[in-house]
Design a protein around this ligand. Structure first.
Ligand code: HEC
Length: 154
């Protein structure tokens, strides 16, 4: 029903103004599937399928997540890594998978001023490029894959 309402609003807008791009801005982003934050963690995985650490490693070094822009992971064997954020070595021993999940999903809930992107959030962002509006940076499965890789850093 909600989807019907959103589509109707977009159709109406396009009919009235004939502008597809401008109308997308009028339609609020689709809400992401709900998850529950408990303390500094998200205890329940975002998807049922278990995370895959090898895929997570690829996601982290890839263009969308680009975690290595800020974080070093010496054991990853990558050549170029950032140093504006704490190295992630040992993070799997320091933090539980539930705690890691919240940090990847939305670090700004723990530190409002962080420069770390919120990888699984669509609301409350400003000046998001048209092509990315309403979509999180990572899919729920990718978040779980990244958490699985972080867990191996001990
Ligand atoms: C633009 C820089 C930046 C990028 C990109 C980034 N982070 Fe971060 N991250 C930070 C900073 C800075 C912190 C320190 C905590 C804070 O700012 O609140 C942090 C903290 C963390 C922490 C908590 C570390 C600890 O020891 O408590 C984890 C885990 C983490 N990041 C994982 C990731 C992963 C995984 C990615 C990619 C999916 C990523 N980060 C991308 C900047 C970044």
């Amino acid at each position: 029903m909600r989807r019907f309402y959103r589509n109707a609003r977009r159709t109406w807008c396009i009919a009235a103004f004939g502008a597809v791009a401008g109308c997308a801005a009028l339609v609020p982003p689709e809400p992401l599937p709900a998850f529950t934050v408990a303390g500094d963690a998200i205890p329940v995985p975002l998807v049922q399928a278990a995370g895959d650490s090898a895929r997570g490693r690829t996601v982290m070094a890839g263009r969308d997540a680009n975690c290595l822009l800020c974080h070093a992971i010496p054991e990853s064997g990558e050549r170029f890594m950032g140093n504006v954020a704490p190295p992630l070595s040992g993070v799997g021993a320091r933090l539980s998978s539930a705690q890691l999940r919240l940090r990847v999903v939305d670090q700004s809930r723990l530190n409002r001023d962080t420069v770390m992107p919120s990888y699984y959030r669509v609301n409350g962002l400003t000046r998001v490029a048209e092509a990315y509006r309403g979509k999180p940076i990572l899919t729920a499965q990718q978040v779980e894959d990244v958490v699985a890789y972080l867990q191996t850093l001990r």
